[in-house]
Design a binder for this molecule. Structure first.
Ligand code: ADP
Ligand code: ZN
Ligand code: ZN
Length: 750
């Protein structure tokens, strides 16, 4: 496991030799055969696979196999007492493998913590104490003078074995325990926690009820609406402007479910970026809150997973893959910032955690809330068609007022490192008033272009055919697509001239510029390069939270839900990149980023100002966003997408082939296209097939990227085609060097 194959394999049960009725267990790319009791679907088994032993998962039990019994191998061991997936998650995984056309073995592997992909014992251990054998507690004289020790010994003796939590709860202390251990009266040993019965649940009392705010009318309406239908499957789109108090709504609903002893799963785009939200839940609720994020090691991850599975954790908060975290008593699923592209996995098993969460909520029969200030068009469309219940929060909560947005036309303005005089003046004004300023530039590094002023040569990554980005530390040029990097050239490789110059701006260049321009004001740069260290982002965010005047400079990372009450000015240095994006979602993403970044301003009593610099200040997209709202902007996009027959009015699937030789990929996809067309004709499926065409990003990491785009108004027709096409695609002959992939509901077509 994981096997990349679209099939499963049959095995005989462990003790099949003596079994009277031999049946077969199927393990994905592994199907299994086995004694029904310990071979429920979802149980892990150790099986021989080629000349290796691998972990497989039982997907079914059958009395027949395509192979004759003497050719079937036996399962070597059943690894867990029962299935590792809950029934609901198991169903979600089957659904996902089928919907995303992905091998079930890999789908299941994605859903399990790494520790469960190997056969070693993964179960968290806990320390237990018991009385040393042969000691008769009642007849013991040596403790006559030590009443507490005697009491502890009797306590342990009565219980048989006790955990730290138990002796602490009974009022005993560590020194007492150590004393008994030293006297060799008790021993400490460790034992797997999961072997025991499910934990009793968690304390449902809010830690800090005083932290609950008085809800405003819109919030109250939202909470009432959701809590009225809590214990059945229903989807809510909580469409609330930035700072409208969506989190408060989530917490009220969570409180209801926690009080009923049920667990809540909260998915967020990138947890490392929002340590604040985890802290908020921990402050508010006394139940255990587990956070699943990329900073955990395998041991910590499996522990968190297990706590959720046993019902010990009340709140599970995590990123994309946390959608697979099992819950003993599921009560609620929340997707915060549901529009965020990071919910879609971009390689391998290309699932959307948001969409799978809805499927999961249906399987678990619980309610799900999708929250955002800038909902995706998909979710807005679901609200329009009443699949989701649309709840709006149109005003900022508490004292905060909406920010004033202004576009500065820079088409003919003289710029200093990308900044207009007007913008520099504003930054000066806000920092002088002891406020914080956020400067947004969606480009990390020093500058996006290095070129020769003598002959026009441009530094390009030959693996990707895109421009190298210039980086300052260390002086280098780097490709942001394949990660390759070189030393910064001193002279032009083409004409040997020394007149190399950088063009455009990146965060590193602006950092230097702002430090010089505003001496005495700290400039905090937040981008992927400055936050690589384990705590570097947290440290930077802490500094912002202190509230002293500073300029916060950064990329996308700043758009993600942070709450900085002292920011009063947000500057978007260049809004134009997204306006003319090659991708059909380009404008949607640009608008979401602008609104989200702008939403960082004026989140407390102090009013906020947002400045957007653009060379196309009259562009209808920008104007609608600034003068009207995201909702009206979305209406514009709906019209456009409907006309062009793009999502959410159509369903897409991107079939891509990558190869060193472009022709190899093209000829493979030509065959696929012919297959697709004949399948459509044969089964009367209304799916159009466009291509093969080079991807907008034609080459990446040395491989040419060619694609075929399937488009259908009817999801059923698309699925029906894919079910037939995928097996045919994997059966098509091609060289080992060609890679192909299927992306159902692609996030972009780049
Ligand atoms: P969102 O997630 O919608 O952007 P938050 O939930 O982060 O907004 O809330 C923004 C701020 O408003 C927070 O400081 C929060 O404590 C505050 N807030 C939320 N609801 C209320 C309320 N009903 N009264 C006063 N302040 C509130
Ligand atoms: Zn040159
Ligand atoms: Zn590259």
């Amino acid at each position: 496991m994981p096997s990349p194959l679209y099939r499963s394999f049959d095995y005989l049960p462990v003790d099949s030799v003596s079994a009277e009725t031999s049946s077969s267990i199927t393990v994905p790319a592994q199907r299994g055969i086995g004694p029904a009791r310990d071979s429920q679907p979802g149980t892990r088994v150790l099986v021989p696979f080629g000349n290796r032993k691998v972990v497989g998962i039982v997907t079914g039990v059958s009395n027949q196999s395509a192979l004759s019994e003497d050719r079937l191998k036996s399962v070597l061991a059943v690894l867990d007492p029962g299935p590792v997936f809950t029934a609901a998650i198991y169903q979600v995984l089957l659904w996902a493998a089928s919907y995303y056309q992905h091998p079930i073995g890999e789908v299941m592997a994605t859903a399990l913590p790494a520790r469960l992909r190997s056969a070693s014992d993964w179960r968290p251990q806990e320390n237990l104490w018991k009385v040393v054998e042969g000691i008769s507690v009642q007849e013991l004289d040596s403790l006559k003078r030590a009443a507490r020790q005697q009491a502890l010994l009797e306590f342990i003796d009565k219980k048989g074995e006790v955990s730290r939590d138990q002796w602490l709860a009974a009022g005993f202390s560590q020194p007492l325990v150590s004393q008994l251990q030293k006297k060799n009266l008790i021993v400490k040993y460790s034992s797997p926690v999961a072997g025991k019965a499910t934990a009793a649940g968690f304390d449902p009392i809010p830690r800090n009820p005083k932290l609950s705010l008085q809800l405003n009318i819109e919030q109250r309406h939202a909470v009432e609406k959701i809590t009225a239908g809590l214990n059945k499957f229903s989807c809510y789109l909580l469409d609330g402007v930035t700072g409208s108090g969506k989190t408060e709504v989530y917490m009220r609903v969570m409180q209801e479910q926690l009080a009923a002893g049920k667990q809540c799963l909260v998915l967020v785009p990138e947890i490392g970026l929002t340590p604040q939200s985890v802290a908020r839940f921990r402050q508010r609720f006394s139940c255990p809150v587990v956070a699943l994020h990329s900073g955990l090691n395998d041991r910590e991850r499996v522990n968190a997973w297990d706590q959720a599975r046993r019902g010990h954790a009340g709140i599970i908060i995590g990123t994309r893959s946390a959608v697979f975290t099992p819950m003993h008593k599921p009560g609620l699923i929340i997707i915060d910032e549901e529009h965020d592209p990071s919910f879609k996995q971009q390689d391998g098993f290309r699932y959307s955690a948001r969409d799978l969460a809805v499927v999961r909520a249906r399987e678990e029969n619980v309610c799900i809330i999708l929250g955002s200030a800038t909902p995706s068009l998909e979710s807005l469309q679901n609200a329009r068609s009443n699949k989701f219940i649309h709840l709006r929060l149109t005003e900022r909560a508490g004292e905060a007022r909406p920010s004033v947005m202004e576009i500065i036309d820079i088409a003919s303005a003289p710029l200093d490192n990308g900044f207009s005089e007007q913008l520099l003046y504003k930054i000066q004004k806000h920092t002088a008033a002891k406020n914080q300023v956020l400067v947004f530039i969606n480009r990390r590094g020093f500058a996006p272009v290095l070129n020769c002023q003598n002959c026009g040569w441009v530094a390009e990554c030959e693996n990707c055919l895109t421009q190298f980005t210039v980086h300052a530390k260390p002086p280098s040029i780097r490709c942001h697509h394949c990660g390759s990097s070189r030393q910064l050239p001193r002279y032009c490789p083409s004409c040997k001239s020394r007149s190399l110059a950088t063009f455009g701006i990146g965060t590193q260049k602006i950092e230097g510029f702002l430090i010089k321009k505003f001496p005495g004001i700290p400039v905090l740069r937040i981008d992927r390069d400055s936050t690589r260290g384990r705590n570097s982002l947290a440290n930077l965010l802490n500094q912002v939270e202190k509230g002293d005047p500073c300029i916060l400079l950064g990329t996308q990372m700043l758009a993600k839900g942070h709450h900085f009450p002292n920011i009063t000015l947000v500057a978007i240095v260049d809004a134009d990149a997204g306006l003319f994006s090659a991708d059909f979602r380009g404008q949607e993403h640009m608008a979401q980023t602008i609104i989200q970044v702008a939403g960082r301003a004026g989140r407390a009593e102090r009013a906020g100002e947002v400045i957007i610099q653009s060379r196309h200040s009259t562009h209808i997209t920008l104007q609608t966003l600034v003068r009207a709202s995201y909702t009206e902007f979305a209406e514009l996009l709906f019209a456009e997408r409907q006309e062009s027959g793009m999502p959410p009015f159509a369903h897409l699937c991107l079939l891509r082939a990558e190869a060193i030789e472009a022709n190899e990929a093209i000829s493979y996809l030509k065959k696929v296209a012919a297959l697709a067309k004949s399948l459509c004709a044969e089964h009367a499926l209304a799916v159009t097939c466009l291509g093969p065409l080079p991807a907008p990003m034609e080459k990446r990491a040395g491989r040419y990227r060619i694609q075929l785009l399937l488009n259908s108004k009817n999801r059923g027709a698309m699925q029906s085609l894919l079910k037939r096409l995928t097996p045919a695609m994997s059966a098509l002959k091609h060289s080992r060097k060609l890679r192909w992939s299927i992306d159902v509901d692609p996030q972009d077509l780049i």
